[in-house]
Design a protein around this ligand. Structure first.
Ligand code: NCD
Length: 479
C-alpha cells in the first residue's frame, strides 16, 4: 500500500506521491488552483518518490558542486537559529551560496527581538514578508516549525525542533545509506545512544520504516525510544516490534534491552524468532548518537557508562560490514581510534549534507523540478482540529503550544478513531484522557465507544475523569 499513514498526518501541506495516496484522498490539483508553498516540517511531509527525486538531484550537485551557481540567483535564505548549531546552519548556508543565492543569518536569535519578547509567529511573518524567500528554523520548542509554517508566506524548513524532529538530517542520513548501500529496503540499521531525546533518531526511524528497512534499537539504558515514537511506528507505519537477541552486537548491546522494529508481518517473523528473540546477525549501519544533555529533565538521572564505539566494539562479528554513522557533533561515544576505519563514514556523511540541502532548497524555491511533486493544490480539508475546551491538553511542557501560547490554538489530530487516540498537532505527543465528550449532545463516552465514530472531530472534548465531565455539565452516554 505504498506509503501508509502519511495522508492523515500532513497538515496544510500537500504530499505529492501517487494521487491515490494524496490527502485529501484522490483530490487531484485543478488547473486553476493556486501554487502551493511546500514546507519541510516532518520527514513525513515528503513522499518516498520525492525523497528519491531529491537523491537524484543531490547526485547531480555532488558530481558538479560549482556547476549550479545560477540556480538560485537572486534568492535569499534566512537562518533563524534559536539553538546552537554548526553543521546544520553552515551546510544550509553553503548549499544556498553554491546555488548562487544569498543568506541572512540570525544565529543567536536569543540576542535578537526574541529577547525583547517577540513571538516566533511575528518574527516569521517579518522575515518571510520581504527579507527572505525561504526560512531555515531551529528552535528548542517541539512543534515550533509547524507553528512557523502557519504564519510564513515562504517555505519553512525545520532544522530541528527540540527533541521532536530533524527532517533534513534524515534526508542526509538516508542519502548516505542510499549512496553507501545502494538501497534502503531490507537494510538492518542499529540506532544506539540517546534514543529518547535525539530528534535525528526519531525522524530517521520514521523514514527507515517507510522505506522498509529494519531498525535495531540498542539504547543507552534509561534513554529508550519514547512511547509516542514507538506508537507511531507501530500503529501508523505498520512496524512490528519484537525482542532482539543482540548478543552478536557484543559490547555495544551488552547492557541494553534491544528491540527489533521491522515492517515484516508477524507470520513472517515467527519463522525466524525463537524464545531469545530476533537474532541480529549482520548489520548494515550503526547510527550512534551523543547524550542530548541539554534536554534532560531533572528526574532523568545522570548518564553513566555511556555506550561507546571503539576498536573493540567494532570487532563484533555482526558489525563486520556495517558503516558507522553519527549526525555529529560527537563527544566520547565514538572513539577517534576508529576514525580511519573504512567503515567509519561520519565525516563523509556530514559532507553529503550540502548536496542534499542544495536539492531541497532548489526544489522548495521552485528552481529545480522534482518528479511527482505537487505544485498546485485543491484546498485541503483540515485534518487537525482546535481543542474543544479552553484547556490545552498537550502533556508536553516543551511543546510550542505551551511555550508560545499567545499565537497557538492547541490542535489535535486523530491517528485512530476506535479506540479514540488523539495527538497534539504540533509536537505529536499523545493526549491522555479517560473520556471523550461531544460538545453538541453534552454526552461523554469511553475512548473505545463506537458511538464516537459519529462525532465530528471539532465537537470532541477530551475529559480527564467523571468529575471534570460533571463540572462541565456532561452526562454519561449510557444514561
Ligand atoms: C544533531 C542535532 O542538532 O539534533 N546535530 C546536527 O544537526 N547535525 C545531533 C546532535 O546535536 O546531537
Amino acid at each position: 500500500m505504498g506509503d501508509p499513514g502519511i495522508r492523515d498526518r500532513t497538515r496544510g501541506l500537500v504530499s505529492a506521491f501517487d494521487t491515490a495516496n494524496v490527502w485529501p484522498s484522490g483530490s487531484a490539483p485543478s488547473p486553476s488552483s493556486p501554487p502551493v508553498t511546500r514546507h519541510l516540517i516532518s520527514i513525513d511531509d515528503l513522499s518516498l518518490a520525492e525523497i528519491r527525486g531529491l537523491f537524484a538531484l543531490a547526485d547531480q550537485f555532488s558530481d558538479d558542486p560549482s556547476g549550479f551557481s545560477d540556480t538560485c540567483r537572486g534568492m535569499i535564505s534566512a537562518s533563524l537559529f534559536y539553538e546552537p548549531s554548526t553543521r546544520t546552519r553552515l551546510s544550509f548556508e553553503s548549499a544556498m551560496l553554491r546555488l548562487g543565492g544569498g543568506v541572512l543569518t540570525a544565529a543567536e536569535m536569543n540576542a535578537s527581538s526574541a529577547a525583547k519578547g517577540e513571538s516566533l509567529a511575528d518574527t516569521v511573518r517579518v522575515v518571510g514578508g520581504g527579507y527572505a524567500d525561504v526560512i531555515v528554523l531551529r528552535h528548542p520548542s517541539e512543534g515550533a516549525a509547524r507553528l512557523a509554517q502557519e504564519y510564513s508566506p515562504v517555505p519553512v524548513i525545520n532544522a530541528g525542533d527540540g527533541a521532536h524532529e530533524h527532517p533534513t538530517q534524515t534526508l542526509c542520513d538516508l542519502y548516505n545509506l542510499h549512496v553507501e548501500r545502494g538501497k534502503l529496503e531490507g537494510l538492518d540499521v542499529v540506532l544506539a545512544g540517546d534514543l529518547k531525546y535525539s530528534r535525528t533518531v526519531h525522524s530517521f526511524a520514521y523514514a527507515l520504516a517507510r522505506f522498509g528497512a529494519n531498525i535495531v534499537c540498542v539504547p543507552q539504558p534509561g534513554f529508550e525510544m519514547p512511547d509516542y515514537v514507538l506508537k507511531k511506528l507501530r500503529d501508523e507505519l505498520n512496524v512490528e516490534p519484537v525482542r532482539a537477541d543482540a548478543a552478536r552486537l557484543g559490547q555495544l548491546a551488552d547492557r541494553s534491552d534491544a528491540i527489533y522494529l521491522t515492517p515484516q508481518k508477524p507470520h513472517q517473523l515467527s519463522l525466524f524468532t525463537d524464545t531469545k528473540g530476533w537474532q541480529v546477525e549482520s548489520v548494515d549501519a550503526v547510527y550512534m548518537t551523543r547524550p542530548q544533555t541539554e534536554r534532560y529533565q531533572q528526574d532523568d538521572g545522570s548518564i553513566e557508562n555511556y555506550q561507546t564505539l571503539g576498536k573493540q566494539s567494532m570487532a563484533a562479528e555482526s558489525l563486520r560490514d556495517a558503516v558507522v554513522m553519527h549526525p555529529l557533533p560527537r563527544r566520547d561515544e565514538i572513539s577517534s581510534e576508529i576514525d580511519e576505519d573504512p567503515r567509519s563514514i561520519y565525516f563523509k556523511q556530514d559532507a553529503r549534507g550540502v548536496p542534499i540541502r542544495m536539492a531541497l532548497l532548489s526544489v522548495l524555491m521552485g528552481r529545480m523540478p522534482l518528479e511527482g511533486m505537487v505544485t498546485e493544490a485543491a484546498v485541503p480539508e483540515p485534518n487537525s482540529w482546535p481543542v474543544g475546551t479552553g484547556d490545552n491538553p498537550c502533556p508536553n511542557p516543551s511543546c510550542v503550544s505551551r511555550t508560545e501560547p499567545r499565537h497557538v490554538v492547541p490542535r489535535f489530530s486523530l491517528p485512530s478513531r476506535a479506540p479514540m487516540r488523539a495527538q497534539c498537532a504540533y509536537c505529536s505527543r499523545e493526549l491522555a484522557f479517560r473520556f471523550v465528550g461531544c460538545s453538541t449532545t453534552r454526552r461523554y463516552h469511553r475512548p473505545d465507544s463506537n458511538a464516537l465514530r459519529q462525532v465530528r472531530p471539532d465537537h470532541l472534548v477530551f475529559l480527564d475523569d467523571e468529575a471534570q465531565a460533571d463540572s462541565m455539565q456532561y452526562i454519561p452516554a449510557h444514561h
